[in-house]
Design a protein around this ligand. Sequence first.
Ligand code: SF4
Length: 406
Amino acid sequence: MVFPESYTYHNNNCRRHGKISWFGVLAHGIGLRVTFMHHNAHHGIVRNGKTHLRDLSLDQLSEFVSGFGEPPYRYRQLVSWLYEKLAGDFQEMTDLPLRLREQLAHHARVTSLRATTVQVSQIDGTRKFLFDLGDGKSIESVLMRHGQRVTLCISSQVGCPMDCLFCQTSKGVFQRNLKCGEILDQICHLKRVCRDEDEAKKSHPVNIVFMGMGEPLLNYRSLVHAIRTLNAPEGFDMGSKRITVSTSGLPRRMCNLADAGLRCSLALSLNATTDSDRRRLMPAVSKYPIKETIDAARYFAETSGRRVTLEYVLLRGENTSDEDARRLGKISRQGPFKLNLIPYNPGPEGEYETLDEDELQRFIQLLLPYAPTLTVRRSKGPDIFAACGQLWNQSLGYKKGPAEGT
Ligand code: SF4
């Protein structure tokens, strides 16, 4: 389901039914189903009869634990197992009494993902993980290392409804939004992989980019919920420099995100300098003129105090003329923005071409008089289709069937 753009997120409270009662969860265990089913069917927190703990906000998790008659310190132990020690199973939680672990295992689960395939780039060691969601659907996430830094590219939807022409994900059939727990599970799994590899070494800083499958702002509620847990001191305690939400440009949602008071950065995937080119390359956002989208980006930057990144995928002959360079430079001066050029990464069907090095340098030289800050993103993992705009998996199928010969 795609939430309408006007949807307003309410943290712990159900608009129709008031606050969630975890009494309902325990009542479920002794056969009192009515309240429980009503509330949680609405919130989507309980799946397959069990509460996924990473679907819960930290307040909800505290309530959940106290519902078992446990003292407050048990909540602190559990939250530490979930987000600091990155537990994948209740059996690992050895400082919880066996009785409580058994009760929790009966009513709840720790993870909803299973990594079925890991591909490793022979070029730069980037890894692409295929996660089975347990309902016949799969997503991909990417783990990249840049020296001491680690970047996790996280998916927010199964597929993507946005139809950007240069993106492989858009060729598959959009299936559904991810739950908050499914978003956090990707992060926990990949952080755990890093921790196990870096054993005995100092843990490295981790950056999280919502640039995997999906348009994150179409899954606004789960995204905000997940970022609150990433920000929380007892969660991941991550700040705005380490979390980036990349959007194709939904102005109202960008403003909502600015007003939500989260610690995160925003990247706007611009990719065109005229409304007609943007309509052609990104038809799903064609109803929003570039001016309206840039106004929303400026609002985010001014509200949050953080510069917004304008991303620009270079598609030779489509958006790389001299005039494009000059217009892009001028747009980048319309607010506290920084510009990130991304050489196009072809999918298996490779419909577009990117610029060669000389053409790229020429484009940059034309931009430099206008663009205050400019970077070029060197893609990671292109040989395993792990780079920007290349994620896709069999569970998505193809909207129109693969092109002949692929
Ligand atoms: S570029 Fe992003 S928003 Fe556009 S289709 Fe791909 S995943 Fe969706």
